[in-house]
Design a protein around this ligand. Structure first.
Ligand SMILES: NC(=O)c1ccc[n+]([C@@H]2O[C@H](COP(=O)([O-])OP(=O)(O)OC[C@H]3O[C@@H](n4cnc5c(N)ncnc54)[C@H](O)[C@@H]3O)[C@@H](O)[C@H]2O)c1
Length: 272
């Protein structure tokens, strides 16, 4: 028996990276899974991995930015399994570009997926999590929800917003004595396809961005999933993943707004 045995867990963005690793690690721990993504080929691969270790899984196409679809999905999943205990709002996209260069549409797209996708998933599943009597909301922010960097203003805005939304929800659940724990996750660099899947403004080289990211990202998705699930088991408010996340969190605490000069210099020297 593990903390997750027999529990119904939903993972958004399960076709790749952290979402795939979470799905596999949850299945290993005996959870029953509902996985979803916009990438159906990747989702089918995750489904096969989960089934390969004997896990119970249903998979669905879902764009987390489509509110009505997310609401309907939550009801379908709850009906299918007879309830829902955990939701991992993990789906996300990357976008690189300065505020001057980005269009409003670029910013909207990042907010739609990385912020509203999390809000949609949280609101849609919350009644079911409360009804389960033992619920947990796990929202994936980023270290970029703890400090800002140049060329990531939209992503920073979405991830700071996820943190604020999630921390407020946690306190509401405590004050209203709802049976729902709430965890906000801040990964450092995780070796996934996020940069390769990402987009950027014209004039920024996609392959350069992806290879810079590959050099900086040190933690495997499997390790990230293990750290997240350990934090969930403990009911932690905040989970940091990777030594880089710990160091950067400390830097911000120690320097306050002074970190901005240090990070700007690092970005300039490394062409980020
Ligand atoms: N990789 C990192 O270094 C890192 C660091 C901090 C935070 N994160 C966050 O972790 C989460 C997972 O990212 P990852 O690194 O595994 O990236 P990834 O690109 O490997 O996986 C993201 C998944 O989300 C899916 N997705 C994208 N838009 C979607 C939508 N509208 N609806 C449903 N699914 C959608 C993609 O198809 C993909 O399968 C994201 O929220 C990301 O911002 C990643």
């Amino acid at each position: 028996m593990t903390h997750f045995t027999g529990k119904v867990a939903v993972v958004t963005g399960a076709a790749s990276g952290i979402g795939r690793a979470l799905s596999v690690e949850l299945a290993r721990r005996g959870a029953r899974l509902a996985i979803c993504d916009v990438d159906l080929d990747g989702l089918a691969e995750t489904e096969a991995l989960v089934k390969g270790i004997g896990g119970e899984v249903r998979s669905d196409a879902l764009d987390v930015s489509q509110r009505e679809l997310v609401l309907a999905y939550a009801d379908t999943v709850a009906e299918h399994f007879g309830g829902v205990h955990l939701v991992f709002n993990n789906a996300g996209i990357a976008f690189t570009g300065s505020v001057e260069q980005m269009s409003f549409k670029d910013i909207d797209r990042v907010m739609d997926v990385d912020f509203w996708g999390v809000v949609n998933g949280t609101k849609a599943f919350l009644p079911h999590l409360i009804a389960s009597g033992d619920g947990h909301v796990v929202n994936i922010s980023s270290v970029f929800g703890l400090f800002a960097v140049p060329t990531q203003s939209a992503y920073n805005a979405a991830k700071f917003a996820v943190r604020g939304f999630t921390e407020s929800l946690r306190q509401e659940m405590i004050n209203t004595q709802r049976p729902v724990k709430v965890t906000c996750v801040h990964p450092g660099g995780i070796k996934t396809n996020i940069a390769r899947n990402g987009e950027q403004v014209e004039g920024v080289d996609h392959d350069d961005l992806a290879s810079s990211f590959d050099k900086l990202a040190r933690t495997s998705p499997q390790k990230a999933a293990e750290v997240i699930l350990r934090g969930v088991e403990k009911g932690k408010a905040r989970v940091l993943i990777g030594a880089d996340a710990w160091v950067l969190d400390k830097l911000v605490r120690v320097t306050g707004p002074g970190y901005q000069r240090i990070v700007a210099g690092f970005s300039r020297r490394n062409g980020l």
